[in-house]
Ligand binder design. Structure first.
Ligand code: GLU
Length: 305
């Protein structure tokens, strides 16, 4: 399969959508990003890399970070994790409060904000030293780039107006599902969201998820093949806020999006693909990113279905 040629076709065909949508502006630092940048990077399990556009420009991974924190939490807690959160699609916005109240402080899944805040609390329990350092070292090992880092300006910017996340964290604390200090939990959460990576780095970091016949073993974090299968299942059902069904229908790959405009997805035993374009649809997913992936799996006929 000539993936480079297919990516170039996809790239050409998505250009009419390039000006649709708006970048996230509820985080002031993200509102300042130039929205007219975009890129795609594909990596195959047999070692090929193909890319188009700004595939090497780093951007805020935001909620894609929830996949990496889930990997850590599964390593530390195993099945016990599911006493603190569910693994069902939420069908509501990523920062919804209502469902959390109905369900007595048990987040629907680890890929919405409530779940990721509980995950941050769990990581603080298991990483008493410097959890931020541990997390970034883990990501550096995963993507093979020793210089990826947090953007502390983005983290501070989000913290300065993170009223909704503070409300979620307070509700979780009320129901006893956050054990540690609330400010500390939110600080780690915002820092993890602020990490900047390129499409190329994200595509590399997702390789172990695509290669799910091999156990995961990076920077001292081990996951069994069965745990990787379950992570992919959660991405498939919960990775796109209240648009997980639509992404599954249009694209047919497990993946995760973030409000920075990134989407990373995998095709089991074949490839990983990361797309970035900051302009989002009303559900918070990258318009160009979704369109690119829809076209890509249509042209290649390679999805999980
Ligand atoms: N840091 C963002 C928030 O908590 C992440 C949202 C996202 O990418 O879905 O609102």
């Amino acid at each position: 399969m000539d993936y480079q040629h297919i990516l170039e076709t996809v790239w050409r065909d998505i250009q009419p959508y390039a000006r649709l949508g708006q970048q996230a502006d509820y985080i002031p630092a993200l509102a300042r990003v130039n929205p007219d940048q975009s890129g795609i990077c594909l990596k195959t399990l047999d070692g090929r890399t193909c890319s188009v556009g700004d595939a090497d420009v780093r951007f805020s991974i935001q909620s894609i970070s929830k996949v990496f924190s889930l990997a850590l939490a599964l390593h530390f807690e195993g099945e016990n994790l599911w006493t603190r959160m569910g693994r069902e699609p939420s069908g509501t916005a990523f920062n919804s409060l209502v469902q959390l109240e109905y369900e007595h402080g048990i987040p629907r899944n680890p890929l919405i904000n409530a779940g990721a805040l509980v995950t941050a609390d769990i990581l603080l329990d298991h990483l008493p030293g410097d959890p931020e350092q541990f997390y970034i070292d883990f990501l550096r090992t995963l993507c093979g780039s020793p210089d990826i880092d947090y953007n502390t300006e983005v983290a501070a910017s989000e913290q300065s107006c993170g009223y909704m996340n503070a409300a979620i964290a307070n509700l979780l604390k009320h129901y006893g599902n956050i054990h540690g200090d609330l400010d500390r939990v939110m600080r780690l959460y915002f820092m993890m969201c602020s990490v900047e990576m390129s499409c190329r780095e994200l595509a590399q970091a997702f390789i172990p998820l695509a290669n799910h016949h091999q156990p995961f073993c990076f920077a001292g974090i081990d996951l069994t093949t069965s745990q990787i299968k379950r992570m992919n299942a959660i991405m498939q059902t919960c990775g796109f806020y209240d648009e997980a069904g639509e992404f599954s229908y249009l694209v047919g790959l497990p993946g995760k999006s973030g409000v920075g405009g990134g989407i990373a997805a995998i095709c089991p035993m074949r490839y990983t693909i990361a797309v970035w374009s900051p302009r989002l649809n009303a559900k918070g997913n990258s318009i160009l990113g979704m369109k690119a992936l829809e076209l890509f799996t249509t042209l290649t006929a390679e999805s999980i279905f």
